[in-house]
Design a protein around this ligand. Structure first.
Ligand code: SAM
Ligand code: CA
Length: 243
């Protein structure tokens, strides 16, 4: 797999990458089954996100569509998201949850969240979101110290600093309920996980690659979960807690 994943420009002129081997195939998916079904607020949020620095960090419309369906399939009600950015995955989640559903959302940066917030409010789902500004680890540690938080979450989506994924896992495995689901985003890390150690890749990709490789190995031998690495977007590993 090429480390330079395909770069694609979508209808809002947003650039992002796909691990698919062909631009045309990805475009086909988007044009045929994603964009025509994308809810208006998500379309609007994608447009706003395209104007923000590092807009490539946002979950794609295809990723959001998958997330939305998955949440409905597992009847998720109480959820958590680590790494919000402008809120594309957050709004995809909020639109999937029942009216009394909850999302504990965390990010060190409130400014980007606030760029998407008016759209989330207009969509009528802001009441489901409890946004906490700050580093995720101390917030998780507080919840670990409070036994009432254990096993409380139906679904947790992790999409923040990749060098902390293993630290997040050590904590959220106790916060998700038995039978609940955790999604770790970017676990194929731009295809770099399958490239030789001396492959010429950008320094930031190289830096996080080591952490993602270790993390993927750790998940593969963790007997508390069942896993499935889904090659959608930049790769998402879904973990179902079994005990
Ligand atoms: N899930 C978002 C979406 O769908 O658009 C994308 C999230 S973006 C890839 C990663 C986010 O994680 C950034 O907004 C960044 O500020 C946040 N972040 C990075 N390190 C963090 C930390 N230690 N604790 C909380 N958030 C963090
Ligand atoms: Ca991501």
């Amino acid at each position: 797999m090429a480390v330079n994943a395909e770069t694609i420009t979508d209808s809002t002129n947003q650039k992002f990458t796909s691990l698919l081997q062909s631009d045309a195939l990805y475009q086909y998916i988007l044009e045929t089954s994603v964009y025509p079904r994308e809810p208006e607020p998500l379309k609007e949020l994608r447009g706003v996100t395209a104007t923000v620095e590092r807009s490539h960090m946002a979950t794609t419309a295809h990723g959001g569509q998958f997330l939305n369906m998955l949440l409905k399939l597992v009847n998720a009600k109480n959820t958590m998201e680590i790494g919000v950015f402008t809120g594309y995955s957050l709004l995809s989640t909020a639109l999937a949850l029942p009216d009394d559903g909850k999302i504990l959302a965390m990010d060190i940066n409130r400014e980007n969240y606030e760029k998407g917030l008016p759209i989330i409010e207009k969509a009528g789902v802001a009441h489901k979101i409890d946004f906490k500004e700050g580093l995720a680890l101390p917030i998780l540690d507080q919840m670990i110290a409070d036994k009432t938080c254990h096993g409380k979450f139906d679904f947790i989506f992790v999409d923040a600093d990749k060098d902390n994924y293993i630290n997040y896992h050590k904590r959220i495995i106790d916060l998700v309920k038995v039978g609940g689901l955790i999604g770790y985003d970017n676990t194929l890390w731009k295809g770099s996980v399958a490239t030789p150690p001396d492959a010429p890749i950008p320094p930031y990709v190289q830096y996080y690659k080591a952490f993602i490789l270790e993390f993927n190995k750790a998940l593969a031998v963790d007997s508390r979960i069942e896993i499935c690495m889904v090659p959608l977007g930049d790769g998402i590993t879904y973990c179902r807690r079994i005990h």
